[in-house]
Design a protein around this ligand. Structure first.
Ligand SMILES: Cc1cc2nc3c(=O)[nH]c(=O)nc-3n(C[C@H](O)[C@H](O)[C@H](O)COP(=O)(O)OP(=O)(O)OC[C@H]3O[C@@H](n4cnc5c(N)ncnc54)[C@H](O)[C@@H]3O)c2cc1C
Length: 487
């Protein structure tokens, strides 16, 4: 296998795929994904992608900008946010060209849905499986490009800076390969698996953030975590199914155990359509007040045909749980959902290390401020994935082709021990107690010492450098950075 590339992209979600498609077609690109290509957060996105594009006259960039600022508590970076909203039409147009479908109304205009914090209907969607549609179409395009090689089930376990670029330790099966590139894009997604309950897929362990941190890249705002207010509440399951915000956008009421629309007590103006942090905080306050975790979404006032047409995936999922959303209330509760912070990047997607870029959920562009406006993250992955690829393509023109560096290939040291079972459970347990919706200082202070001990043990003992080791190291690093920020 070829070992040297102009660009290596770590991650095959929307951010990684789209960055690859926007890189100069005359340059060699390698995408690695630690799992099957279908396993990522992008595939799970239901609601859609926010953009002002071919919009009715009552919507414009300023309104999208203002809604994002308001949701983010005015802590957003105004420069990157302005870029996000104004570049959106370019990327919506480009993904339509790449074959992505969005729902249209009977007159052939795009149907746009509404979500919390948006003052206008501006969410482009494909039924309730928008992320799957986008990922599938981008993946098909990527696989048809001769300059792009895709390597699934290949995990980045370590990243080094070399004189002329980067070398990546990539684990495939039990073999470690060293692959080299002039530029490297980290697009490894979120960190949800550091929590006991999350909407995130199994890949979301923060590996890219850990590798960037170990290389000395600046990491910012890792404690800015979004808790989605309406995850399907089910005992025993770690990955929570999301009841998309657009269900509230299309009229669902949020009620407590007494069937009361309690949001009137917390945000009477916006009610169920307040931004996510407001709704999650309100649920937790109400839950403490009533001593009950019983909350429901009620959309039984809408006709069944409307629900099966707009939310076929959610409708079918709930049926498997014995709930018909046209007649039954849906049990919901907040759970971990999204990371606003991450590897700090500038407006071109470059990190604090020259030649190292990051995009998608693992990156911190500052567009979200303290709380992401719904459906801005797929847009962020596209806009900043493209800007990173364009910047790299421009810089590649000034460089000679990539030269062979190291090409090491080695197997696990079989004498090394495996990481003990229970480490990840312990990390999750500490974080869940220290920071679920509202930080708990005492738990955070107690937890950080234990996390530091786990980090030290992983660094100093001779463990087998397998997937379990890498993910445990990533989770403990992420946990440490979160706790360090909130203390
Ligand atoms: C249930 C759910 C619903 C959502 N709904 C919406 C929505 O409606 N609208 C919206 O805008 N956003 C939504 N989001 C958020 C959005 O989906 C994500 O923020 C976005 O898709 C992240 O894309 P990404 O490419 O950065 O990461 P991902 O799509 O998660 O891809 C990460 C990739 O990195 C790879 N990877 C990770 N670690 C390694 C490693 N060590 N080595 C090699 N590869 C690695 C993975 O294998 C994967 O290919 C939702 C998220 C969830 C979980």
């Amino acid at each position: 296998m070829k070992t040297d590339y102009d660009v290596i992209i770590v991650g095959a979600g929307v951010a990684g795929l789209y960055a690859a498609l926007n890189t100069d077609e005359n340059r060699s690109v390698l995408i690695i994904s630690k799992s099957d290509l279908e396993v990522c957060n992008s595939v799970l996105a239901q609601g859609g992608i926010a953009a002002v594009y071919e919009s009715p006259d009552d919507d414009n960039f300023d309104l999208h900008f203002n809604d994002s600022m308001r949701a983010g508590g005015f802590k957003n970076d105004p420069m990157t946010l302005r870029k996000l909203v104004t570049e959106a039409p370019t990327d919506i147009e480009r993904i339509l060209y790449f074959g992505v479908h969005f729902d249209k109304d009977s007159e052939g205009a795009f149907h746009r849905t509404l979500e919390g914090g948006h003052s206008r209907r501006r969410i482009f969607h494909y039924k309730d499986s928008s992320g799957n549609e986008m990922t599938k179409k981008l993946r098909e395009r990527v696989l048809s490009r001769p300059n792009i090689t895709v390597l699934p089930n290949a995990m980045m376990t370590d990243l080094k800076k070399t004189g002329t670029g980067f070398s990546v330790d990539v684990l495939t099966g039990s073999i470690h390969l060293t692959l080299n590139s002039s530029f490297l894009i980290i697009a490894t997604g979120g960190i949800g698996r550091v929590y006991e309950k999350t909407t995130n897929s199994a890949i979301a362990t923060g590996d890219g953030i850990m590798c960037a941190y170990e290389l000395g890249a600046a990491i910012k705002n890792l404690s800015l975590i979004q808790f989605h207010p309406t995850a399907f509440s089910e005992a025993g399951s770690r990955q929570c199914f999301l009841i998309s915000e657009s269900v509230r956008g299309e009229g669902a009421f949020l009620v407590n155990k007494d069937n009361r629309r309690f949001m009137a007590d917390y945000d009477p103006e916006r009610m169920e359509l307040a931004p996510r942090d407001v709704v999650s905080h309100s649920i937790i306050k109400e839950s403490r007040k009533l001593g009950s975790n019983e909350f429901y979404l009620d959309i039984t006032h809408k006709p069944k045909i409307f629900l099966t047409e707009h939310f076929p995936g959610i409708y079918d999922f709930l049926l498997t749980k014995g709930i018909d959303m046209s007649t039954d209330k849906i049990p919901v509760f907040p759970c971990h959902h999204y990371l606003m912070g991450g590897i700090n990047v500038d407006i071109t997607g470059q990190t604090s290390i020259d030649g190292l870029y990051a995009c998608g959920e693992c990156a911190h562009t500052g567009v979200h401020g303290n709380n992401r406006l719904a459906s801005n993250s797929l847009l962020e992955a596209l806009v900043f994935g493209r800007l990173a690829a364009e910047d790299i393509s421009r810089r590649l023109n000034e460089l000679p082709p990539v030269k062979s560096l190291e090409t090491a290939r080695f197997e696990h040291d079989e004498r090394a021990q495996s990481v003990p079972e229970g480490i990840r459970r312990r990390i999750r347990n500490i974080i869940q107690k220290a920071y679920f919706v509202v930080p708990d200082m005492e738990e955070a202070v107690n937890g950080i010492t234990e996390i530091e001990n786990i980090k030290e043990m992983l660094a100093n003992k001779n463990f087998k450098k397998d997937e379990h080791f890498t993910e445990s190291k990533a989770l403990s690093t992420v946990a440490f950075l979160i706790l360090q920020e909130i203390i």
